[in-house]
Design a protein around this ligand. Structure first.
Ligand code: PAU
Ligand code: NA
Length: 589
C-alpha cells in the first residue's frame, strides 16, 4: 500500500507506550507561530478599518452589521474548545459511540433558541443578555445574573487555555507556560485591538483550521489502518458501536435520555441565554439573519461532533493503549503523524485554534457584561470615547485574569477538567432557569427570581461538589464496557479519562445516588429548581399581573401549549399576548 507520501503505511494495530516522548520539529513550531500571527493580523485589520473601534457599538456589538455565515461559525467556535477535541475521542475510545447521540439534542437545542430566545432578546435591542433580567424583573436580578455569568466564564476560560498546553506538554515536551502565555497574550491583544469584529472573523479562520486539523488526522488514520472497511471491522469487533441505550436511570452517565433530553438543556444554556452567544445574535444585522445563523450552526456542529467521534473510532482501530489517560489522543496523533512534515503542526494549530476562539469570545463577552451591566448604569454621563477605552481595558484585564486562572487550573491538577465542566453545568443551568422563569411565566416576580436563582445555585453546588468529593474518595470500579483485556493496570487513570467522564458508582444509596446524578442532567435539573422555587416564592409574595410586566419580555409559551383550552380559562391561566413586532429602544442613560 505504498502511496509515496504516506510512507509509514502499515496495517498493524500499533501499541502505544506513553513513556516514549514524541518530538516536535521546527516546522511544527512555525505553524503554531503562523496561527498566532494570522490571528493578530485579523485583529490589527479590524483595529484600523471600519470605524477603528472608537465606539462601544463597534467594539462590543460589531456595529450590529454582521451576516449569518461568520456569525454561525463564530457561534460554534465559542463552546468548541480543546476540551472537546481531546475529550470526545478519548470518550469514544473507552465507552463506544453512545456519546454521539448528543447530536439528537442539537435539533431542539438550536430550534428553541432560534424561535424563542432570539425573537425575544433581539426585539428588545439589548447589548447584554442580562439587561433582559432588569426589564423583566429588577436591577438586583440583573446583577445576580451578571455575576453568575462572570463566575462561570472566568473558570471556563482558565481551563480552555490550560488544556491544550498541558496535553501537548505531557506528550511532546511542548513548552507549557510558553504556550499558555503565547495564546493568552496574543488573544488578549487581538481582542483588545479589534473588538467583536476581530473576535468573530478570527473565529471563522480558527474554526476552519480546527476542522482541517481533525480531518487530516482522520484521513491519515484511516489510510494507515487500511481503509474505511478495516476501521469499521475493528471498531465493530471491538464493540465500539453502541446501540441506543434507553435505560431511564438518571444516574447512568450517558444514555439516550441523558444525552438527547438532558443535552437539550445544556444546549439551551449555551446557545439560548449565554452572553457570548446572545451577543453574536445581537450583532447580526437583522433578526432573520440571527435566526438563520442559528440554523446554520446545526450542520457545522454535527460535523464537529462527527469529526471528533470518528477520530475516537480511528484511534481505537489503529492503536492499543497500555493504559487510559487524558492525553492519549495527543499521543495517538503525534505517533501517527510522525514523519509527515507539517501535519503534527496542523494538529497543534487545530487545538490552539479551538482554545483561542473560545477565550476570545470569553474576553469580549466578559468585557461587555462588566461594562453594560456593572459600570454603565452607575455612570450614565460617561462619554462614548471613555466608555470604549474602558471596554478595551476590561477586555485586556480579563485576558490577564485568564492567565491567572490557567495557573489556578494547573495547581488543581489535571482532573480539574471534569471539575470545571461540571461547574459549567452547575452555573449555566440556574441562569437558564432564570431566563425561562422570566420569559414563560408572567406571574414570576423579582423576589421569586432572586430566591430561585439562589436556591438553584445552592442545590447545584451541593450535588456538584458532593459528586466530586464522593467520587474522588474510595475505589472506583471500571465501567463495564471498559474491562476488555487491553485495559490493564491502573484503574484511577480511567476516571481521569476525559473531560466528559463522570464514572458513577452503580450501586449506591441515599445521598450517594443523589450525588451520582448524571452530569448530563445538571443543566435541566438546575433549570427546573430555579423555575419551581421561583414560582412558589412568587405566588407566596404576590404574583405579577401580565399587564404589569414590561411588554415584549414574555414569550407566550403557555398560551401556545394550552391552545386547546377555552379562551376565558386561557386568559386566566396563562400568557396569551403574542410577542409584538415592536422594537423597544432601551437605554441605560
Ligand atoms: C456544546 C457541546 C456539548 C456541543 O457538542 C460541546 O461543544 C461541549 O461539550 N463543549 C464544552 C467543552 C469544550 O470546551 O469544548
Ligand atoms: Na473554540
Amino acid at each position: 500500500c505504498d502511496l509515496g507520501f504516506f510512507s509509514t503505511c502499515s496495517q498493524e494495530t500499533v501499541t502505544m507506550d506513553p513513556s516514549i516522548q514524541k518530538h516536535f520539529t521546527v516546522v511544527d513550531y512555525v505553524i503554531f507561530a503562523v496561527l498566532l500571527a494570522a490571528s493578530m493580523g485579523i485583529g490589527l485589520y479590524y483595529a484600523l478599518s471600519g470605524g477603528r473601534q472608537r465606539t462601544t457599538q463597534e467594539f462590543l456589538m460589531a456595529d450590529r452589521s454582521m451576516r449569518c455565515l461568520p456569525v454561525s461559525l463564530s457561534l460554534i467556535a465559542s463552546f468548541q474548545s480543546a476540551v472537546a477535541i481531546i475529550g470526545v475521542p478519548a470518550e469514544i475510545y473507552t465507552h463506544g459511540t453512545q456519546y454521539w447521540f448528543i447530536g439528537c439534542a442539537y435539533v431542539l437545542g438550536l430550534l428553541i433558541p432560534a424561535h424563542v430566545f432570539i425573537p425575544v432578546l433581539y426585539r428588545l435591542r439589548l447589548s447584554s443578555a442580562y439587561q433582559y433580567l432588569e426589564l423583566r424583573f429588577s436591577k438586583a436580578v440583573r446583577i445576580c445574573g451578571t455575576l453568575t455569568f462572570i463566575f462561570q466564564m472566568v473558570i471556563y476560560m482558565g481551563v480552555c487555555v490550560y488544556t491544550p498546553a498541558f496535553a501537548l506538554n505531557a506528550v511532546t515536551g511542548f513548552e507549557l507556560w510558553g504556550a499558555v502565555l503565547a495564546t493568552g497574550l496574543v488573544c488578549t491583544v487581538y481582542t483588545t485591538m479589534g473588538g467583536l469584529k476581530a473576535v468573530i472573523w478570527t473565529d471563522v479562520f480558527q474554526t476552519i483550521v480546527m476542522f482541517a486539523g481533525q480531518l487530516a488526522v482522520i484521513v491519515v488514520g484511516v489510510h494507515q489502518t487500511g481503509g474505511v472497511s478495516e476501521v469499521w471491522r475493528k471498531v465493530w469487533e471491538g464493540n465500539r458501536i453502541s446501540a441506543l441505550d434507553l435505560n431511564p436511570d438518571p444516574t447512568e452517565r450517558h444514555t439516550f435520555w441523558t444525552l438527547a433530553v438532558g443535552g437539550v438543556f445544556l444546549m439551551l444554556s449555551l446557545y439560548g441565554v449565554n452572553q457570548a452567544q446572545v451577543q453574536r445574535y445581537l450583532s447580526a444585522r437583522t433578526e432573520k439573519e440571527a435566526v438563520r445563523s442559528c440554523y446554520m450552526v446545526f450542520p457545522s456542529l454535527q460535523l464537529a461532533l462527527a469529526l471528533s467521534c470518528v477520530m475516537g473510532l480511528v484511534m481505537f482501530a489503529r492503536s492499543i493503549f497500555l493504559y487510559i489517560y487524558p492525553q492519549m489522543v495527543i499521543y495517538f496523533v503525534m505517533d501517527m503523524l510522525q514523519g509527515l512534515p507539517g501535519l503534527p503542526g496542523l494538529f497543534v494549530a487545530c487545538l490552539f485554534s479551538a482554545a483561542l476562539s473560545t477565550i476570545s469570545s470569553a474576553f469580549n463577552s466578559l468585557a461587555t457584561v462588566t461594562m453594560e451591566d456593572l459600570i454603565k448604569p452607575h455612570f450614565p454621563a460617561m462619554s462614548e470615547a471613555r466608555a470604549t477605552l474602558l471596554s478595551k481595558v476590561l477586555a485586556m484585564s480579563y485576558g490577564l485574569v485568564c492567565l491567572a486562572m490557567a495557573y489556578l487550573t494547573h495547581l488543581m491538577g489535571d482532573s480539574v477538567l471534569q471539575v470545571a465542566l461540571k461547574i459549567f453545568g452547575m452555573v449555566g443551568g440556574p441562569i437558564l432557569g432564570l431566563f425561562c422563569l422570566g420569559m414563560f411565566f408572567p406571574w414570576a416576580n423579582s423576589v421569586g427570581a432572586v430566591t430561585g436563582l439562589g436556591t438553584g445555585l445552592s442545590v447545584s453546588f451541593w450535588i456538584g461538589i458532593g459528586s466530586i468529593i464522593s467520587h474522588s474518595s474510595g475505589t472506583k470500579p471500571l465501567p463495564p464496557d471498559c474491562s476488555s483485556s487491553f485495559l490493564s493496570g491502573n484503574t484511577t487513570t480511567v476516571t481521569q479519562l476525559s473531560a466528559l467522564s463522570n464514572v458513577t458508582l452503580s450501586h449506591s444509596s441515599g445521598l450517594k445516588s443523589f450525588y451520582s446524578l448524571s452530569y448530563m442532567w445538571y443543566s435541566a435539573f438546575n433549570c427546573f429548581t430555579v423555575i419551581v422555587i421561583g414560582l412558589i416564592i412568587s405566588f407566596l409574595t404576590g404574583p405579577m399581573k401580565e399587564q404589569d410586566v414590561t411588554p415584549g419580555t414574555i414569550y407566550p409559551l403557555l398560551g401556545t401549549l394550552f391552545g386547546f383550552l377555552p379562551a376565558r380559562l386561557k386568559k386566566k391561566l396563562c400568557c396569551v399576548t403574542p410577542l409584538g413586532q415592536t422594537v423597544f429602544v432601551i437605554s441605560d442613560n
